[in-house]
Design a protein around this ligand. Structure first.
Ligand code: NAD
Length: 364
């Protein structure tokens, strides 16, 4: 079992990575969960993760921890006030106390929404992440950003609320549909672009064993990605500086997700894939990024069956959506750019024609 420790302003928390996490009595994991003062835990689980709920219930019950569970509807549209209100009601009705813990069992949607619930219920209760998608293992569970969407934009209501522990059981990925698995790979490509050319080459060299879900390769992939993300969030937890680099491609991606009303016409990672292409195109024109990096990234995303073009994008309407993004500064849209692999920067000072040209490049 691999263990990585991440520090935050509230506490340090462990991330455990293995394919057999809950199969035997694992003293270190139990000890980290028992940091809650009460022996009562509420598991809020994605409706597609029922088999894993049973596994975790058995694991916790063997330690005399009493477990309550709530089925959370799947899909991006569940990251909303309307969906979390009944969960809060259920927690109150079941007398979950301040010393009790809440576990999010699911992908980034469940993790973000349940983390937000944990941050506001009784002004904050202990919270644990058990991510079940590749995207949530390599990205969303780490770093303490929790949120729900507003109908005017994505992740507009949220908190910084680090978990007390993250438990990554790679065997949960066996049931993840291929499209969802690939969606997680878009965030891996983003991390590689932020990390440097060696990380991009590693993805190229290993793409076959990644897409065939070879366990050892996946452990390595997840560990590499967590290390990149943790090294950034530890330096800038509240996104007042370099943490914004993790949003590479996301100003475009969030506009696309909003345009498609957060439906599965475009998954989050697919939107990130398109957003990375647009951000690199902008970086070539505004920052003199070497165009070969864009071509190489396109090739990598294609090998992961991710979209790199989309027909008939309503460019003007997408720019209007971008203007409502939470990264807007003094009415200017703020972009993360890449000077070269491993060297990101940002700017709010980009001429509209370059933004248009990046969108038009995507919609070719
Ligand atoms: N907080 C952060 O720092 C951060 C970072 C990146 C992304 N995000 C957020 O993450 C969300 C996307 O997360 P996601 O891609 O995990 O989506 P998701 O949570 O919607 O999960 C994708 C789908 O897979 C299903 N599923 C989950 N685990 C499964 C399993 N093991 N087997 C079978 N099906 C399973 C779910 O029911 C869902 O249908 C977005 O809302 C995005 O904004 C947050």
């Amino acid at each position: 079992m691999k263990k990585i420790s991440v520090s935050s302003s509230l506490h340090s928390y462990p991330i455990f990575i293995d394919d057999l996490l809950f199969n035997s009595r694992n003293a270190e994991i139990i000890c980290s969960i028992q940091k809650c003062k009460s022996k009562k835990i509420a598991i809020i689980y994605d409706e597609n993760c029922l088999p894993y709920l049973k596994e975790i219930e058995n694991f916790l019950s063997n330690e005399s921890i009493s477990v309550l569970s709530f089925k959370f509807p799947s899909g991006e549209s569940s990251k909303s006030f309307e969906t979390i209100y009944p969960v809060l009601t259920w927690l109150i009705e079941n007398g979950l106390e301040r010393g009790s813990g809440i576990i999010a069992l699911g992908g980034g949607v469940t993790g973000d929404a349940v983390g937000f619930i944990a941050s506001i219920y009784l002004r904050g209760v202990p919270f644990f992440q058990m991510p079940t998608t590749l995207l949530s293992m390599v990205d969303s569970s780490v770093g303490g950003k929790v949120a729900v969407n507003h109908h005017l934009g994505k992740n507009l209501i949220g908190s910084f609320y680090p978990p007390l522990g993250i438990y990554i059981n790679i065997s949960f990925l066996k049931s993840l549909p291929e499209r969802e698995f690939n969606s997680g790979l878009a965030e891996c490509v983003k991390h590689a672009l932020l990390d440097g050319i060696e990380a991009i080459d590693w993805l190229f060299q290993n793409y076959e064993s990644i897409i065939s879900r070879d366990k050892e390769t996946l452990k390595h992939l997840i560990e590499r990605n967590i290390t990149v993300k943790a090294s950034i969030v530890e330096k800038d937890e509240k996104e007042s500086g370099i943490r914004e680099y993790l949003n590479l491609g996301h100003t475009f991606a969030h506009a696309l997700e909003k345009h498609f009303s957060y439906t599965d016409i475009l998954l989050h990672g697919e939107a990130v894939s398109l957003g990375l292409i647009a951000a690199l195109k902008l970086s070539i024109e505004f920052k003199k990024l070497n165009p070969d990096i864009l071509l190489k990234t396109e090739e990598l995303l294609k090998r992961f069956s991710l979209p790199v073009r989309m027909n008939n994008l309503p460019v003007e309407s997408l720019i209007s959506i971008m203007k409502r993004d939470k990264k807007v500064r003094d009415n200017s849209i703020h972009f993360v750019l890449l000077d070269s692999p491993g060297s990101p920067s940002s700017s709010s000072d980009i001429p509209k024609e370059l933004i248009l040209s990046a969108w038009n490049y995507l919609s070719k």
